[in-house]
Design a protein around this ligand. Sequence first.
Ligand code: AGP
Length: 609
Amino acid sequence: MCGIVGYVGDDNACEIIIEGLKRLEYRGYDSSGVALFEEGRIKIYKSKGRIANLEAKIANENFNSTIGIGHTRWATHGAPSDVNAHPHGNMDESIAVVHNGIIENYVELKDSLVKDHGIIFQSETDTEVIAHLISVCYKDNLLDAVYKAVEQMRGAYAIGVISSNEPDRIIAVRKDAPLIVGLGEGCNFIASDIPAILKHVRKIYLIENNETVVLTKNDVKIYNSERKEVKHEVFNVTWDADAAEKDGYEHFMLKEIHEQPKGIFDTLNRRLSSDGTISLDGISLTKEDLQNINKVYIVACGTAYHAGLVGKYAIEKLAKVPVEVDIASEFRYRDPFVDDKTLFIAISQSGETLDTLAALREAKRKGARILSVVNVLGSSVARESDDVFYTWAGPEIAVASTKAYTTQLVCMYLIGLYMGITTGKLEQAYYDQIIKELKAIPEKLKTVLKHEDKIKELAQQHYKMEQVFFIGRGPDAGVCYEGSLKLKEISYINSFAIAAGELKHGTIALIEQDTLVVALATQDRLFEKMLSNIQEVKARGAYVIGLAKCGNTEMEKQANKVIYIPDCMDEVTPLLSVVPLQMFAYYVAKLRGCDIDKPKNLAKSVTVE
Ligand code: AGP
């Protein structure tokens, strides 16, 4: 969470930093600020709320500064407010700090700074500790002081530091939070993510954990924790900043929903050759490796976890190996049974989710083989994995994940198919059938998207509802969790997903007259069971929107309204059925006047525990 940007060069630092922060607002948007070296001293400006508030605050200032740091915040310690916004300074404001992460021992550090050094704190944040700590460590060299301060800090952090004592440089440190350096001509940048600086540079250093960077306008030096200089390869960004524009759509979420046929096509295309064989280019899993695996763990958070729920069905069915799916924040603390016969699959759009990263490290420590499914090239999860299966969704900007989910599902199928066929557990004919079905998905999805108006109508009828239940069986249950999450995160409606067979064990008590139930019944062999579940909720007054495959007209007799998806094999329905649910959440949120791309209390990249 939180985005940081820093610039040193000859141009107007404030403009460059604010423009970069806007590109990072997806990381947090409850307050923002900048620190600039201006007229011989550091000036800090900050404001609660969106970056537009900060811009309004400084609209009448005339800045000439050519060095500065900025921050957009997702609050952890201390409520969103002007005073808790970053940057934070030391007592005489000769040092300013921006920080993404959490300093776990900040209480202990704060106590000692107050007691031993008489420091008076302004904010409730953990970050302010860093500024004072660097200040008390400062003798005559900022880099020395930063090293001394960092030695005392525990937790996760990417920090950017400037000082009026050494106004030609930015010092930045990374530990368990993303940090990149952008290399310009006569200027250099730090940022939490590439889009922040892509307008200015394409040459990037991906900073590793426990590295410290010193940037001046003509030079970048990187040091390891022993303060030895290290060299990095330059990473050339080939994608375009335009990919992160709205392209005429009212919201990024709607644009990203519509990009799913392309995302799925691209993800398939990268791995499938014309004869249907899957190529694992760049992935070193051999036949022997796969034969050695007796268990798969899929670990992730949020939407990526929901992709894992469907992945379990796909991989168990296709590769015939037991799969356990776990929430990363649970996995890492429960001493799971993992060994060198375990294939650990981490799923993460951003590749920076701290819980997923920590779970991955835990699995690695126990000897598991790590394969990650990631959307962002060069991200932390990708770099720490043995192998990476990239999703080709393109940049996902809306906080609510859509195209990342469907491309993650594609990877689950491809991994299952590859494992099954390579180990000889999957028959060729069945393999060929699934490949054919997958190839047909992008076109079928375009048909689903054409029925947007029908979904809009349903949203119009139901947007004032107080609660919604999503029910389904088998892979449909997994999709229900995702449909429900989409609705609650962007429309703030209390929604609940449950395996349909489990309803009668308690949750059905909540169904009353006109309660909305969305019932997914795309699985042929479970269709009749679902019809019974629909009867059960209808008998208690529920209004049912059914979702079924084209041709299953029986659904019309049972449900109040029906959404149809194109006919396909049961195995691949999640790739189609989730899309009407995404659109339903989108239009309900729109009618309720919600801030769709930046829902309250959320951030796109969750880099704290
Ligand atoms: C869902 O719409 C989310 N914004 C959230 O649940 C997200 O999927 C989760 O935080 C995991 O993120 P990641 O894929 O970047 O690891």
